[in-house]
Each structure stands twice: as structure tokens, then as C-alpha cells.
Write a protein that binds this ligand. Structure first.
Ligand code: ATP
Ligand code: MG
Length: 395
């Protein structure tokens, strides 16, 4: 195998975990190995505070791309493993910088060395100078200059006790914590923009997110279902092992529409969703529900209405978007690449089910009175039993 590239993985937050650090590092390494499982000839090393991945040049770019999907990685660099020798490092620096000068009048650069191997005899500033001056000698006539504070190109050298790595870029990754470190949650996912972003935020904090979708294809067609399949597949790229539960919801919606007071409908639909989701969460050992609700975004998302839905379940309900405005949410949806799917048109909750004037300040006793008009417990049990289970890894 030609192990000509070394990918250096950095993680910020795990480094702060004290005695639990090894546990987080092992989880992260396991998740990385799973993510790169189809890339041939990859090797791993995890010396203190670092993960090194060895791959050949063509595979390294693919690995770097895949690793941007792994929560817990703060940044990475694709570099070259070499001896800590100023001449050979300068040769590599020239190879990297010279092509950049072809279509530029000038370029500023600097060399930055970090030494975790303190037995290496040359202090970092001196090593910077040695390597930098050799590069400058060869390229100053072509327009290369030195700028120690605002260089356009930085050649970085990390001298460790096992490896010396030379690299030129730091690729920002997701940050957060490795999936599996925080337990499972269940995200209520619709085909919209918000709930996939909420799921992603929970995943980024180390949760594995399962999903539940309440499907009214009888009236709305299969469009929503197809979108949710594709959204969960995309979200599962940031984790693994998720399940999607598709719960038939038409019967419940019809009963609420026909028997309950129209302004309450939306909150009553949501209360039914929360109760079913809570039962599923228990079954799947999920410790919380996650939704895409954000304060004041629509009539159903006032403080009163959020309280009127949360109170039906004895489980934590997390709303990671609560303080975000739509522009911020859309920005995140674009970053995680769920946005193009979310904006595909499909009927969300057609006019047959939406009341003309939904209540913005629902009172819980009145909702309960309304709920007594339809056999919700029976219908919810039937919906749960009819749920389709989809293994997201197989999508
Ligand atoms: P989204 O963009 O996620 O659809 P939204 O702004 O359209 O959110 P609502 O339709 O009021 O808001 O839904 C609020 C939240 O309730 C959603 O973010 C989602 O978590 C949950 N939800 C709504 N409809 C469904 C559904 N059919 N299946 C599962 N969860 C749902
Ligand atoms: Mg919606």
C-alpha cells in the first residue's frame, strides 16, 4: 500500500473531557472507521489527543469529504508524513507553492511549526526560519514574500513523537460530540425545513436520532412520505443505526376535524403526535423528543400552545430551534444539504384540515374537553400498531 497521505483529525471539545476522554475518543474512532468502511486500504493510529488516518493520495480526498459528516471532528488536514528534516520539508513546500505563483505577481507565506515532541532539538521558531529561508531562496524571484501575521499561504509542520506531518490547509468540520455519547432521541420529522435542522443539532451533540413521521397520504398523497425518506437518509449520513417510524395519521386527523372545535385542531393534532411519539420513544429507549418548533413562527408555536402540547408527555421535549429566526434556520438547512429536499413542493396540511383561525392561546382544560369527543386512546393505539418501520442504514 502506498501510504502517501496522512489525515490529521482534530477535536476540541473531547479534549476537555478529563477522565472520560478515552471513552469519547474511542467512540469517535469507531464512528470514523464506520464512515470510511468502503474506502480501501485505510490505516489508523490514535496517539494521545490525535487521530491519524493513512491513505493513498486519491483515497485521502474522499476520506476528507466523508469525515466532514462525522460529529466530534473540529477540523482536519490532509498532509504528508515525513522526517523532520528542513531540506525535504522545504522541497515539499516549494512543490506546493510554486504552482500558485504561476498566475500571481506575488504571494506571501509563512512556516508554522508545532512541536509536541520536546526531545526534538531545534526550537520551533528556529525550525520555521530554517525551512522558510530555504523556500524563500528558491522562490523569492518568482514573487514569494514572507508575512508572519497575514500570510496568504501557511506551511504547517507538526513534530510529534510518532509522526512529523506537513500540511497546508485546515478543513473546518462539524465540531460537536461523537454520536452515541449522549443516548438516543426521537425527532418528529415532517417534510419541511425546520425539523431536519433540529434533528441535525441533536445529532451534533452526540445523540443518535430515530425519526417519526405522521403520514396522511390518504388526503395528501405520497409526496411527504417520499421527502421524509430522502431527508432521513441524508440525516443518517451524520450517524448510523437510525430507524424511521411512519405512523398513519389520517384517521386521527379526520376525527379531530369532524368532532372537535376548529380553532383547536392544530394543537390537538400535535397532542396526538406527541403522545404517539412518546410511546415510540419508550419502546426505542429514546430519552427525549426533538421537534422543529420555533417560537412564534406559526400560530401553533406560541408559548401557550407549546405548553399545551408538551404537557401531554412525561418525557423531555427539545426544541433546538426555539430562538432562531427563519433566515438562520434556512442557512443551516443549506449547510447540511437538507434544504433542496425540504423546499420541493408538496401539500403539508391541506385546507381540509387547517382551521381558518387557529387558536394562538389554547387553554388546556378546553382542549381536554374537546379531546373527550373522540376516542383518542384507541385511535392512537391503532396508529402505533400500524406504523411502518424503516431501517435508515438501508435507504
Ligand atoms: P417543519 O418545517 O419541520 O415542517 P413547520 O415550521 O412547518 O416545521 P409545523 O408544521 O407547525 O412547523 O410543525 C412543527 C413541528 O412539529 C415540526 O418541526 C415537526 O417537528 C413536528 N411535525 C409537524 N408535522 C409533522 C408530521 N407530519 N410528522 C412528524 N412531525 C411533525
Ligand atoms: Mg411543517
Amino acid at each position: 500500500m502506498s501510504a502517501s497521505r496522512l489525515i490529521l483529525i482534530r477535536y476540541d471539545e473531547i479534549g476537555l473531557k478529563g477522565k472520560n476522554r478515552k471513552y469519547f475518543e474511542n467512540l469517535l474512532l469507531g464512528n470514523i472507521k464506520y464512515k470510511l468502511r468502503d474506502v480501501p486500504d485505510v490505516r489508523y493510529q490514535s496517539p494521545h489527543g490525535r487521530i491519524f488516518i493513512y491513505a493513498d493520495e486519491s483515497a485521502a480526498q474522499e476520506c476528507a469529504h466523508l469525515l466532514t459528516f462525522v460529529p466530534g471532528i473540529a477540523s482536519l488536514s490532509v498532509g504528508v508524513s515525513m522526517e523532520p528534516n528542513a531540506d525535504s520539508i522545504a522541497d515539499l513546500g516549494v512543490d506546493w507553492i510554486e504552482p500558485l505563483l504561476l498566475d500571481k505577481e506575488s504571494l506571501s507565506f509563512r512556516v508554522k511549526t508545532q512541536r509536541s515532541d520536546k526531545s526534538f532539538p531545534i526550537p520551533s521558531p528556529e525550525f520555521n526560519h530554517q525551512v522558510g529561508s530555504k523556500i524563500l531562496q528558491r522562490l523569492s524571484e518568482k514573487g514569494l514574500t514572507v508575512d508572519l501575521t497575514r500570510a496568504e499561504f501557511t506551511l504547517e509542520i507538526e513534530i510529534g513523537d510518532r509522526e512529523t506531518v506537513v500540511f497546508k490547509d485546515r478543513v473546518p468540520c462539524m465540531g460537536g460530540l461523537p454520536v452515541g455519547s449522549a443516548g438516543n432521541v426521537l425527532t418528529l420529522i415532517s417534510g419541511g425545513i425546520d425539523s431536519p435542522v433540529a434533528a441535525h443539532m441533536a445529532i451534533r451533540r452526540g445523540c443518535r436520532s430515530h425519526f417519526v413521521f405522521f403520514d396522511n397520504r390518504t388526503f395528501l398523497g405520497r409526496g411527504g412520505y417520499d421527502k421524509v425518506l430522502r431527508l432521513t437518509k441524508r440525516l443518517n449520513a451524520y450517524q448510523r443505526g437510525a430507524r424511521l417510524f411512519v405512523v398513519p395519521f389520517a384517521d386521527i386527523q379526520v376525527q379531530i376535524r369532524d368532532l372537535c372545535s376548529p380553532p383547536h385542531r392544530v394543537v390537538l393534532y400535535r397532542r396526538a403526535m406527541y403522545r404517539i411519539a412518546c410511546a415510540l420513544a419508550r419502546e426505542q429507549s429514546c430519552l427525549a423528543l426533538v421537534t422543529g418548533e420555533s417560537l412564534g413562527q406559526v400560530a401553533s408555536q406560541t408559548l401557550e400552545n407549546l405548553a399545551a402540547v408538551s404537557c401531554v408527555v412525561p418525557i423531555s421535549v427539545f426544541r433546538p430551534l426555539i430562538g432562531m429566526d427563519k433566515v438562520e434556520i434556512i442557512g443551516r438547512a443549506k449547510n447540511i444539504d437538507t434544504y433542496p429536499i425540504s423546499i420541493e413542493p408538496h401539500p403539508d396540511c391541506c385546507s381540509v384540515f387547517m382551521p381558518p383561525r387557529p387558536a394562538t392561546r389554547s387553554k388546556i382544560p378546553e382542549l381536554e374537553k374537546d379531546e373527550a369527543k373522540y376516542p383518542w386512546a384507541e385511535l392512537e393505539k391503532a396508529a402505533l400498531e400500524a406504523a411502518e418501520v424503516i431501517v435508515c442504514d438501508e435507504l
